[in-house]
Design a protein around this ligand. Structure first.
Ligand SMILES: Cc1ncc(COP(=O)(O)O)c(C=O)c1O
Length: 498
């Protein structure tokens, strides 16, 4: 066996610096393990070389033998060394782990940009929506300060107590039946959607519902139509599914799809927001709806109907959903509670056509896990107890008032030619601007003044000169702020004019 006196210098060389015996230092066995591991990483201990015996190393380093044995055991457990009757030898590592390269053994050159999915490059950057307080005029943001938090807390209490320990386990992957039932009932009355509770699948907001439609009904490379300008979240969901997104223009009656589009660029999926086109605000005429359904049927396409904010109708008669227009329409109806409740709830849903239910039940059970059970049960209670309808009624009145105030402020204080569009429902207006008022520049300047209007051109895949304007959210902005905000916006727009 090796003598301690001979092993001491070997041991010290291996460690390169002394162990820290001071108060608060890491345990010695851990320090020793790390130093030996480093010696293996940087090649001072090469594969196949034998470590000193534990007794010898302990003496050489003035440590207890237990300390050395524990460090060796850890090295064995993690595979850095192997131990047998012949001793403890350094294992052969195929490559050194992260941070282990040295001048003696430089890490192999890695490409500057590592291999990534090509689809990531398609996703366009945009101004972040997260933040302590949403900025004024943010599109799509409901009136957070008006949400009945106390009632929601009681609904959560009800869900936690009522659900008991059973609700802590895995839930139905398609969602809590109580919520699916409440949604089916609500949609029938409020949106004219025809469905049974079993057709409703609960998702993490509309975004997951869109991703689910892609995964269930399309294959990579299929064509998907999107509205242009249109909702960016939909484009991202389709692109993330490796679909070929084809932008179709929208006019005052919604998505424009010609015979030649159907013939030459036949889609598998068609994304549309027919009740309140986002962000332009058009309502798809019934003639277009029927034609779209008819063509989709003929070409084996699926329509994804995004009905994100129609509960807040401000003018005219309610417009029913496309889903309920024709029996057995090839429509997947997507909804969200991000606007009717609040965005961080992350609850949405998709109503699947009855015809696909049998085929998707097993795959869905593998793809989903039915999380957020308490939030789902609370939402069901909130709906069943009538509080959801009351909240919608209050918010509808509030948004109507806020929209009128914003319209008045625009008419009075936006001192440049413009055209206000949309607003028959929801929480935003579109203000189209002349071409010499670049919307991106105005929006960027507005952010530094606490406002977050969205530039219209940012919603277009192939921006046209008329896609220049600002999408102004009024949901989360109090009435008294519109005048000063629009005055400021007007100055910023004038300053940005070219
Ligand atoms: C057109 C449209 N659809 C859906 C949503 C809701 O998305 P989510 O439910 O993922 O929050 C939004 C929100 O901004 C939207 O603007």
């Amino acid at each position: 066996m090796a003598q301690p006196t001979q092993q001491a210098p070997v041991a010290q060389t291996l460690l390169e610096s002394a162990l820290d015996h001071g108060p608060g230092a890491e345990p010695l066995r851990r320090q020793l393990f790390q130093r030996l591991r480093q010696a293996i990483f940087d090649g001072r201990l090469v594969a196949g070389s034998t470590l000193p015996g534990s007794r010898a190393l302990a003496e050489g380093l003035a440590l207890s033998r237990n300390t050395v044995t524990a460090a060796y055991e850890q090295l064995v457990a993690e595979g850095y060394v192997v131990s047998d009757r012949q001793g403890t030898r350094v294992a052969a590592l195929a490559q050194r782990p992260a941070g282990a390269s040295t001048a003696r053994h430089p890490a192999p050159a890695v490409p500057e940009v590592p291999a990534m999915a090509a689809r990531l490059a398609l996703i366009q950057p945009r101004a972040p929506r997260i933040g302590a307080t949403p900025l004024a005029l943010s599109p799509g943001m409901p009136a957070l300060s008006q949400f009945p938090l106390a009632a929601w807390r009681r609904a959560l209490d009800h869900a936690v107590l009522g659900g008991g320990p059973a609700a802590l386990g895995y839930g139905d992957p398609l969602g809590e039946l109580a919520l699916r039932t409440a949604i089916a009932r609500h949609l029938a009355v409020a949106r004219g959607v025809r469905c049974a509770a079993e057709q409703v699948v609960i998702t993490e907001g509309a975004q997951e519902a869109l991703a689910l439609c892609v995964r269930l009904l399309s294959n990579p490379g299929d064509v998907a139509w999107v509205e242009d300008p249109g909702y960016r979240g939909a484009k991202s969901a389709l692109q993330a599914g490796d679909l070929r997104t084809v932008p179709l223009r929208v006019d005052a009656q919604g998505l424009v799809a010609s015979e030649s589009d159907w013939a030459a660029r036949t889609p598998r999926l068609v994304y549309t927001s027919p009740s309140h086109q986002y962000p332009g605000g058009a309502v798809m005429s019934v003639a277009r709806r029927l034609a779209l359904i008819e063509q989709a049927r003929r070409h084996g396409a699926w329509i994804i109907e995004d009905d994100y904010d129609s509960e807040f109708r401000h003018a005219g008669e309610p417009i029913g959903a496309m889903q309920g227009l024709v029996d057995g329409a090839p429509v997947l109806y997507v909804g969200t509670f991000s606007k009717t409740m609040f965005p961080s709830l992350r609850l949405g849903f998709v109503v699947l056509p009855a015809a696909v239910l049998d085929a998707v039940r097993v795959p869905l059970a593998e793809m989903l896990r039915g999380g957020q059970r308490h939030a789902q049960l609370a939402m069901a209670h909130f709906m069943d107890s009538g509080q959801f309808s009351r909240h919608l009624g209050r918010m509808r009145r509030l948004y109507r008032e806020r929209q009128q105030a914003l319209r008045a402020a625009l008419a009075q204080h936006l001192a440049l030619p413009h055209q206000t569009e949309g607003g028959h429902c929801g929480m935003h207006l579109l203000v189209r601007l002349p071409a010499n008022c670049p919307d991106q520049a105005i929006a960027a300047a507005a952010r530094s003044h606490g406002m977050a209007p969205s530039p219209l051109s940012g919603f277009a895949m192939r921006p046209q000169p008329q896609d220049n304007g600002l999408v102004l959210g009024y949901g989360n902005t109090p009435v008294e702020l519109f005048e000063p905000l629009v005055q400021r916006l007007s100055l910023l727009a004038q300053a940005a004019m070219t």
